[in-house]
Design a protein around this ligand. Structure first.
Ligand SMILES: NC(=O)c1ccc[n+]([C@@H]2O[C@H](COP(=O)([O-])OP(=O)(O)OC[C@H]3O[C@@H](n4cnc5c(N)ncnc54)[C@H](O)[C@@H]3O)[C@@H](O)[C@H]2O)c1
Length: 332
């Protein structure tokens, strides 16, 4: 499978490195508008063709699939041109700038029998796979909440706010773990520096009393990547910055009981063991790229397809609408 990669900024080199190392795939060309980034690409990969013009690789008959690793506002035009030229598309998160654009790309891919995969990298991490396993086998019991803090200093994006930059990670994980469609969203945020919100808080209401909260911030003095997931039977802490024990499952819970004749509710707090499940040390992006090649080769629809990307964009649109109203409830 011959890939063309568009965009060699911060994230693009990771895509090129993984595709180049993968059995069965090859990076045939890189398109990048910045001369400095083109220079970096050529220095690292002297055998790969590097061009300033993305259309050149989109139209190349030697290329089967295009990876779009550019800022969000460019995703739609580049992915559309790739699909129109018969190429499968791997596109960065968030999929598109609007839900309407996402729908157009999905329809186009269907008409042309081509695959779209959206880079929801976290779905390929051992931690998220393990959490899904714990939920599916009932270890956590009925899900109560998902509460994530994803904060650090920068990197400021020029075309989007912090919600569109960082929240897609949590929204894609929630979409994968919770499975049900969200009912409503509330978000608030503030911009201090470049006109885009640099700090934001988002609450997502799901059916069955499941609630999710995401705290994203580009103005944090420290980097935090911690998610709490609470269930009826057990609770877990996922600290993605931990080297070894990223996931800790706590056998803790609360039970309310009432006895006949006793007016007050009795509250029982259960505090049992904590354990840290073993997680394989594999690069998520390597697994994801390999899965994409596999889906194309065998004609399978990836689970992180355009529809998955669209569900995340719809949540982001609802959050933007709510943020304009300083925290109004927006139904999906
Ligand atoms: N999956 C993840 O964990 C993850 C992590 C970081 C970034 N991203 C995503 O990757 C995308 C790129 O982010 P980044 O941080 O690498 O941004 P960046 O600004 O560092 O890099 C983007 C590069 O694209 C180039 N570019 C822009 N328009 C182009 C065009 N039309 N043709 C060719 N090159 C073009 C720019 O010159 C730049 O070098 C974004 O969508 C971002 O959300 C994903």
């Amino acid at each position: 499978m011959n890939f063309g990669v568009i965009g060699y900024g911060y994230w693009g080199p990771n895509i090129v490195r993984n595709l180049a190392a993968l059995e069965g795939s090859k990076v045939a060309a890189i398109a990048e508008i910045s001369p400095a980034a083109r220079h970096r690409a050529l220095k690292t990969y002297p055998d790969i063709k590097v061009t300033a013009d993305p259309i050149e690789i989109i139209q190349s008959t030697e290329i089967d699939a295009i990876a779009v690793i550019t800022p969000v506002w460019t995703h739609f035009e580049l992915a559309k041109a790739a699909l129109l030229n018969g190429k499968h598309v791997f596109v960065e998160k968030p999929f598109t700038s609007t839900a309407a654009q996402g729908e157009e790309l999905i329809n186009l891919a269907e008409q042309k029998n081509l695959k779209i995969m959206v880079d929801h990298t976290f779905l390929f991490t051992s931690a998220v796979k393990k959490i899904r396993e714990l939920l599916d086998e009932g270890t956590l019991g009925k899900l109560y909440y998902y509460d994530s803090t994803r904060v650090n200093l920068g990197l400021f994006q020029h075309d989007i706010n912090v919600l569109w930059d960082l929240a897609p990670h949590d929204l894609s994980v929630m979409d994968y773990l919770i499975k049900a469609s969200p009912e409503a969203i509330v978000a608030s945020g503030q911009s201090h520096l470049n006109g885009h919100e640099d700090i934001a808080f988002m609450t997502v209401y799901f059916p069955g009393k499941v609630i999710a909260h995401i705290n994203v911030n580009w103005l944090s003095p420290v980097k935090v990547r911690t998610t709490l997931i609470g269930g009826e039977k057990r609770m877990l802490v996922w600290n993605d910055l931990e080297a070894d024990e990223k996931l800790k499952v706590y056998d803790k819970g609360v039970q309310f009981t009432s006895k006949e004749g006793v007016y007050e509710l009795l509250v029982n707090y259960r505090s049992g063991d904590m354990w840290a499940p073993h997680l394989d040390q594999v690069e998520a992006l390597r697994l994801e790229m390999s899965y994409f090649v596999d889906c194309i080769t065998h004609g399978r629809q990836p689970f992180n397809d355009g529809q998955a990307g669209l569900r995340v964009v719809k949540m982001l649109e609802a959050a933007s609408e709510s943020m304009k109203q300083r925290g109004g409830l927006v139904y999906l």
